[in-house]
Design a protein around this ligand. Structure first.
Ligand SMILES: [Zn+2]
Length: 186
């Protein structure tokens, strides 16, 4: 998925450079704002569902983008997806293409944060990984990290659906049971 992200970012950059070359101006350089939904294979797993988890990756690059912008974006997403009462927790983490990096948790939909079997007594459920795009990633794409910065985040689509609709078994999403699907207007 990250290779795909880089290829798409490269394509966008090339497109932007060609546009700049045709106008003869460097002042109109634009930001990059991509969201890429898709599926990826899950090596090492025998479970048929886990082989094709749905994922969504997003990246945003512009001038003077900070971690505060990343947090504001994720808070906005979480409130629209899970409701205005949702609480978020950012935990420092490591990903090779972002620095700093964090994993984001929301309050457990079953116990409301008190601790239960689903959240392993923690009261929190992880929803995504995120971080500021590493300067070396920008350099490798021909983008000056002194001038440009940005953030990226990625989440499992299926897992997000489970959390939003309080579904306790992921297999229900793949069984094509009309009684299940009709609850969502299908
Ligand atoms: Zn819980």
């Amino acid at each position: 998925m990250l290779n795909q992200l880089k290829q798409t970012a490269d394509a966008k950059l090339t497109e932007a450079e060609e546009r700049l070359a045709s106008t003869g101006s460097s002042s109109s350089k634009r930001s990059i704002d991509l969201t890429l939904p898709g599926r990826r294979s899950f090596t090492g797993s025998e479970h048929p569902v886990q082989k094709v988890p749905g994922e969504m990756k997003s990246i945003f690059l512009d001038k003077k983008v900070s971690f505060a912008d990343l947090k504001a974006t994720i808070y906005s997403f979480a409130k629209q997806m899970f409701g205005t009462d949702v609480k978020l927790r950012f935990r420092p983490s490591f990903f090779p293409f972002t620095e700093p990096s964090a994993e984001v948790d929301v309050t457990c939909y079953l116990c409301g944060g008190k601790g239960c079997k689903v959240c392993k007594k923690s009261g929190w459920l992880e929803i995504m990984g995120c971080g500021m795009v590493h300067p070396n990633v920008l350099r490798n794409c021909g983008i000056d990290p002194e001038e440009w910065s940005g953030y990226a985040f990625g989440m499992g689509v299926d897992r997000t659906v489970l959390l939003r609709y309080k579904i306790d078994d992921i297999r229900l999403l793949f069984e094509n049971d009309l009684r299940m699907l009709r609850q969502f207007g299908a």
